[in-house]
Design a protein around this ligand. Structure first.
Ligand code: SF4
Length: 190
């Protein structure tokens, strides 16, 4: 619970500090540009755990279709292909908006985006985001960071989940998957 509070503090501090920049941005509800041709969407295991809990509260039919979308996303990202985020709804809303990871919270754009004009973010916001990422990794010091569908896959593995929830640190247990999927050991980044 303490770590979840820490997560919320990091999110809200960043939102407060960057409000003035984001207010000047061009982002509009229903845009979804950043989510439709999405590459790596980084998530810490602590954030992933919050997302996992949200998924468990979805209706069964949505859980089933999401499991298929996450598997497809894993295959696409293993080939380093961009792909719409599995959490993006048809109306361009995010189905996990309340628990979306920091990677999604930090992004905004000074102009309306298209393929030729990807998001443009103020340098100060990027620096503040880098600091928040360090704080997130410090908070989740027995955990890992990586693309959202890879981290959810790890948390869906009973042995990994048990170790992580117990606060144990056994990177050797995920070494193979971690190396092949670009998983970062948070402890190494602190
Ligand atoms: S988690 Fe939500 S906000 Fe983030 S890329 Fe996916 S749909 Fe977009």
């Amino acid at each position: 619970m303490e770590k979840i509070k820490g997560l919320e503090t990091i999110y809200s501090s960043f939102a407060k500090e960057t409000q003035v920049y984001r207010d000047q941005g061009a982002c509009q509800k229903g845009c979804g540009f950043c989510c439709t041709d999405a590459g790596r969407i980084d998530t810490t295991t602590l954030e992933g755990l919050q997302i996992k809990k949200a998924i468990e509260n979805f209706p069964r039919a949505r859980q089933t279709s999401l499991a298929k979308a996450l598997s497809k996303n894993i295959r696409k990202r293993e080939k380093k292909e961009n792909h719409p985020c599995p959490f993006l709804l048809k109306n361009m809303a995010c189905m996990i908006y309340q628990v979306r990871p920091f990677a999604c919270r930090r992004i905004y754009s000074n102009h309306v985006c298209n393929r030729e004009n990807p998001p443009q973010i103020n340098r100060n916001v990027m620096d503040m985001a880098a600091q928040s990422i360090r704080e997130l990794q410090q908070l989740d010091d027995t955990g890992y960071s990586g693309h959202i569908s890879f981290v959810l896959h790890m948390l869906g593995t009973p042995a990994f989940l048990e170790t992580y929830l117990a606060g144990d640190f056994k990177p050797e247990a995920i070494m193979r998957f971690g190396k092949s999927h670009g998983i970062i050991i948070n402890k190494m980044m602190i």
